[in-house]
Design a protein around this ligand. Structure first.
Ligand code: S3P
Length: 193
């Protein structure tokens, strides 16, 4: 039964995506991109690439260490380089870091790669999730709450311009988010054919 469900889901995704489109998750820290990416990977059987993980592997360091030792600009350069190097003979799930939209070049690549999904939530929910483990380098300021709100305000128009659609995750489980992603891709598909 489980296997049949998986097959149907995968087949449904292949049908709605024409078998060719990757799913790109963007959004602020705390939006749930990594968890939802892993869930989409399990439910579709597609591979999942996490840009932060690829950058960390390039440096052989964690993201906070890269920020502390090399600075934000070097991190941003590496993030762009990772995207440039992505070669995708097959559709995949791509999880991005919250600042990926800061460079126009990145957004152009992401749009070419697939359907760009903006995961978001209200400011307080995002901040609460993002600060849970205290590992976000950009929130190591005197007033992390205010820093977060300002970053969110600055970035919202960038996410909006980059995304094919947005999902408010504030009151949704990861499974519900995945369902909504597939519903919205299905709704988009006729327009794209
Ligand atoms: C960043 C978000 C982080 C990571 C880095 C910078 C940002 O990823 O890329 O700390 O600029 O918002 P998450 O969005 O997965 O936390």
């Amino acid at each position: 039964m489980l296997e049949l469900g998986f097959w149907c889901f995968q087949r449904r995704y292949c049908l709605v995506s024409g078998g060719a489109k990757s799913i790109v998750l963007i959004g602020m820290m705390g939006a749930g991109k990594s968890s939802v990416g892993r869930l989409l990977q399990r439910r579709t059987g597609l591979a999942c690439f996490d840009a932060d993980e690829l950058v960390a592997a390039e440096f052989g360091r964690s993201i906070p260490e890269i920020f502390a030792k090399c600075g934000e600009e070097r991190f941003r350069d590496a993030e762009t380089e990772v995207l440039r190097k992505l070669f995708l003979p097959q559709p995949i799930i791509i999880v991005t870091g919250g600042g990926i939209v800061l460079r126009r070049e990145n957004v152009d690549v992401l749009k070419r790669l697939g359907t760009v999904v903006w995961l978001t939530a209200d400011d307080a929910t995002l901040f609460e999730r993002a600060s849970r483990r205290g590992e976000r380098p950009l929130l190591r300021t005197q007033k992390p709450r205010a820093t977060f709100s300002q970053l969110l305000r600055e970035r919202e128009p960038l996410y909006a311009a980059a995304a094919h659609f947005k999902i408010d995750t504030s009151a949704l489980t990861h499974d519900e988010i995945a369902d909504e992603i597939f519903d919205k891709i299905e709704a988009l598909a006729p327009l794209e054919r």
